[in-house]
Design a protein around this ligand. Structure first.
Ligand code: SAM
Length: 279
């Protein structure tokens, strides 16, 4: 028994189902159920919420989410070897856990969940950033999800919460902070995982804003930001060349200087620039 529920300890689950970790699937498992319950609590009150979990693996975080009171959990797992272990959890929490054996990048999960929806996942590192960008760029805002509570490599977490002027400030910080409040909720050393990854990890909590912080067209903002950061330390005038023939005038119209560099410009500044480029 495990402390948070009546199911076997995760080490025994992994041994009995032969779940040796596969690097290609980004498998670094959390075996401490007190820790997975803590991560679930970082998502706030889960009662009355449907939760999307990508990559439940042997189910440590899934059990944390259910024990912490999630109304329902939809767990999407690519590795079919994990399904029998997840079925045992579903049986212990009747009607509250649905497991889909699929690639989370290829599945439209929204039809399976009823709002309010929170996303809580210890993401596979190889697809974590891609999933985050998709969740931050849905066809319409506000998104289906109310909050995201996601484990990343510490370096990615730092890029998400970075502020202008810092070395890690760039596309990810602008995209995340334009549309959400993002903060690091928890940091974890490699030893928290089995097998331990090479780097530290961090859980980032994002709360969706009702509308973006500053007005801008998403596609134009993304284009401007991508170009501005394409060659770091280049002045805006040179970095944005080709976006419009009168780009210097547009930079000035946005209240910026052609000699400014991308890493100094606030999200408000980039939104003004996107509006000036679009207009
Ligand atoms: N949630 C478990 C935990 O905390 O111990 C496992 C986390 S492990 C870092 C990532 C999980 O995502 C693995 O179980 C892996 O098989 C799964 N996975 C990897 N790529 C996936 C994908 N494209 N779609 C769904 N699951 C995926």
């Amino acid at each position: 028994m495990s402390g948070i529920d009546d199911l076997p300890a995760l080490r025994d689950v992994i041994a009995s189902h032969g779940l040796s970790a596969r690097k290609a699937l980004g498998q670094n498992f959390l075996l401490d159920l007190n820790l997975t319950a803590k991560i679930a609590r970082a998502a706030g009150d889960l009662s009355g919420c449907d939760v999307l979990e990508v990559g439940p693996g042997p189910g440590g975080l899934t059990r944390g989410l259910l024990a912490e009171g999630a109304r329902r959990v939809l767990a999407i797992e690519k590795d079919a070897r994990c399904l029998p272990a997840l079925e045992e959890i579903a049986a212990a929490y009747p009607g509250r856990l649905e497991v889909i054996n699929a690639d989370a990048l290829a599945l439209d999960w929204s039809a399976h969940l009823t709002p309010p929806v929170k996303v809580v996942s210890n993401l596979p590192y190889n697809v974590g950033t891609e999933l985050l960008i998709r969740w931050l760029t849905p066809p319409a805002w506000p998104p289906v999800w109310q909050s995201l509570t996601l484990m990343f490599q510490r370096e990615v977490a730092d890029r998400i919460v970075a502020t202008p002027g810092s070395k890690t400030y760039g596309r990810l910080a602008i995209l995340a902070q334009w549309r959400s409040d993002a903060r690091i909720a928890l940091t974890l050393p490699p030893e928290a995982f089995t097998p331990p990854p090479k780097v530290h990890s961090a859980v980032v909590h994002f709360t969706a804003l009702p509308s973006p912080r500053f007005p801008a067209d998403q596609a134009v903002l993304e284009r401007v930001v991508a170009k501005a950061f394409n060659q770091r330390r280049k002045m805006l005038r040179a970095a944005l060349k080709g976006l419009a023939p009168d780009i210097e005038d547009r930079i000035l119209a946005a209240g910026l200087k052609p000699t400014d560099r991308a890493e100094q410009i606030s999200i408000e500044g980039f939104c003004a620039l996107a509006r000036a480029v679009a207009g």
